[in-house]
Design a protein. Structure first.
Length: 277
């Protein structure tokens, strides 16, 4: 059971790290064509339900962290393609799985994990400018706890800590920019910048207004090189940079990071897609 928990945590960490390694245009306001699906090693399953609506989920995690995301296209605004994205997830089961003593335990088992429900709502605006596909996104994150949530129920690791902290602060905001450019017919690059804040979290009465507004915050950046062999397969490699405020102070790191080797290694992601007739 310990080994299963270790493998599950490693896979969860890589899923969060690589889950932002976008499928074909999943980061943009564009919607998957009807009846097309896309999936990756660490990326969610996406399906074009109609020409204006797609849904996605992480199938492997659904039993221990039920999740669902809907993306809906809207009318253009100032020549920008516009879409809204609604994500819902229930992390309590997987947090309870890691609530144990000894190897494989990440949360003190003396703390009771209550039912928790997370909701993230984003607006996306996409436009091509100087042969660069630009996407702006901004939105709100909501964390609901149906019971007493101890402040120590968290995992102080990059990517994971700030995503769980929204349940302690109840709300937060995020914004980001994605830039994608084709180099050749089959090779392209993608660079993104994402910033999230939890206003007022862990601030003092003597802190300035800006400090209280930012609260605990994090910055994430990613750079990818993409090889698209065809409409059914592509390969991605690159890195992810993370900076954030933690209870022990601020920290920055390039991911994926292998602690045993004390070094960074390039991320590798394989993705597949197909359209049903």
């Amino acid at each position: 059971m310990v080994n299963i928990r270790k493998v599950a945590f490693i896979f969860l960490f890589f899923t969060i790290c690589f889950g932002d390694v976008y499928n074909w245009k999943s980061h943009s306001a564009n919607i998957l064509p009807r009846k097309r699906f896309e999936i990756g090693l660490f990326h969610p399953f996406r399906y074009g339900y109609s020409n204006t609506l797609e849904y996605s989920m992480y199938p492997i995690w659904f039993l221990v962290m039920p999740n669902l995301t809907l993306k809906k296209s809207h009318n253009k605004l100032f020549d920008y393609d516009v879409a809204s994205r609604w994500s819902l997830y229930y992390p309590s089961p997987i947090l309870k799985m890691f609530s144990r003593e000894g190897l494989g335990g990440l949360i003190d088992p003396n703390f009771k994990v209550p039912p928790m429900l997370g909701l993230s709502i984003s607006l996306l605006f996409t436009k091509k400018l100087l042969d660069i596909d630009m996407t702006f996104n901004s939105g709100v994150d909501i964390g609901l706890s149906f019971g007493d949530l101890d402040d120590r129920i968290n995992i102080e690791l990059p990517l994971i800590y700030h995503r769980l902290s929204v349940f302690h602060n109840n709300y937060g905001f995020h914004t980001g920019l994605d830039l994608e450019k084709s180099i050749t017919k089959k090779i392209s690059t993608l660079i993104d910048f994402d910033f999230s804040v939890l206003p007022g979290m862990n601030t003092k009465k003597t802190d300035s207004g800006i400090a209280k507004l930012l609260g605990e915050h994090s910055f994430e950046h990613k750079a990818l090189l993409i090889y698209e062999k065809s409409e059914t397969f592509r390969l991605l490699t690159g890195y992810k940079f993370v900076y954030g405020e933690y209870p022990f102070g601020s920290e920055s790191r390039i991911l994926p990071f292998l602690p045993l080797l004390d070094t960074w290694v390039p991320m590798i992601e394989l993705q597949w897609g197909r359209t049903f007739n």
